[in-house]
Design a protein around this ligand. Structure first.
Ligand SMILES: Nc1nc2c(c(=O)[nH]1)N[C@H]1C(S)=C(S)[C@@H](COP(=O)(O)O)O[C@H]1N2
Ligand SMILES: [Mo]
Length: 316
């Protein structure tokens, strides 16, 4: 396979401050009284209301993608490799009762019921864009709380350098985890993702339990998922059952599947092409035009300093 990582932008264009979503732009939302538009069409039938005040300082001011698009155009390989597989098949997922084991290199490991998480930590709504490595994106009003709040509660020992996220393994709920199902061999189950500890503790990193004013719909990773807005979408694992502090960099499902295509860091980077296609621009679902992809998906002001001194072409 031909592997190309030649930048399509000149370095000067990449660092053009106009391309960055400035802190000021992010803060603009704080001044304006932004009311959330009613979700396109009503809530999905199973959608139980879950509301939280919007954190305007951490929210885009762009209008959210229509909820019908956000719940029917999905990547959730546990249901198959096609975008419409999750909305067709995800009724088999049972999001209650559900627990999340938080353990590893922590002083107070604990298994939380998902409803306990919802009670324990103040929820916020944050409008983030999710940029898929397949060069499309959506703008979604997520509901959740900083992962840092949960990690602090279990008291990391100091030995942990990474956080590993594991999705449920259960072929009775996830058809593509059944040998023989089309898509079974697409990934090594269960789906595993990881972040460096400082990335996991970053205030933008959201443990997510809802969107569009309701609990997470099954196709979007009910009942609890990650949202890491400056990284490609696949870093945001869905339907999580375990969060573990570890000393070594976790081996992620996508690295195991194709390490030359999906690196551990996977920060949104218009200058580093996927080996088979460009990452320079993207299409918002619901729009026709393409727009330039921003470094770190627009969050460079907030997160670029995490990678000072790192060659992001090498650590893609
Ligand atoms: N467990 C699991 N998590 C996953 C995936 C998956 O296949 N399985 N797909 C990822 C990818 S590639 C993307 S783009 C986002 C999509 O999230 P959304 O469907 O809510 O937009 O989920 C990510 N999380
Ligand atoms: Mo993705």
């Amino acid at each position: 396979m031909l592997i190309r990582r030649a930048p399509r932008f000149a370095a000067s264009e990449i660092t053009d401050p106009k391309l960055y979503l400035s802190r000021r732009e992010l803060m603009a939302g704080a001044a304006a009284l932004v009311l959330m538009p009613a979700p396109g069409g009503a809530a999905t039938p199973k959608g139980q209301a879950l509301t939280a005040a919007r954190n305007a300082a951490f929210s885009l001011t762009e209008p959210p993608t229509k909820i019908d698009h956000a719940t029917t155009y999905n990547n959730f390989y546990e249901f198959g490799v096609n975008k419409d597989d999750p909305s067709r098949l995800a009724h088999t997922l049972r999001p209650r009762p559900w627990t999340v084991q938080v353990d590893g290199l922590v002083h107070k490991p604990k298994t939380f019921d998902v409803d306990e998480l919802i009670r324990l930590f103040p929820l916020e709504e944050r409008v983030y864009s999710l940029r898929c490595v397949e060069a499309w994106s959506m703008v979604i009003p997520w509901i959740g709380f900083p992962l840092a709040s949960l990690l602090k509660r279990v008291e990391p020992t100091g030995q942990g350098k990474f956080v590993e996220f594991t999705t449920l393994l259960d072929p009775t709920q996830f058809p593509a985890q059944k040998p023989g199902f089309f898509g079974y061999s697409s990934l090594d189950w269960p789906y595993v993702e990881g972040l460096r500890l400082d990335e996991a503790l970053h205030p933008l990193t959201l443990l997510t339990v809802g969107m569009y004013g309701q609990v997470l719909p099954n196709p979007n990773g009910a009942p609890v998922r990650m949202v890491v807005p400056w990284k490609y979408g696949f870093k945001s694992a869905k339907s999580i059952v375990r969060i573990r502090l570890v000393s070594e960099q976790p081996k992620t499902s996508w690295e195991k599947a194709a390490s030359q295509e999906y690196g551990f860091y996977s920060n949104v980077n218009p200058a580093v092409s996927h080996p088979r296609w460009s990452q320079a621009d993207e299409r918002r679902i619901g729009e026709f035009r393409r727009r330039a992809t921003l470094p770190f998906n627009g969050y460079a002001d907030q997160v670029a300093s995490l990678y000072t001194g790192m060659d992001l072409k090498k650590f893609y």
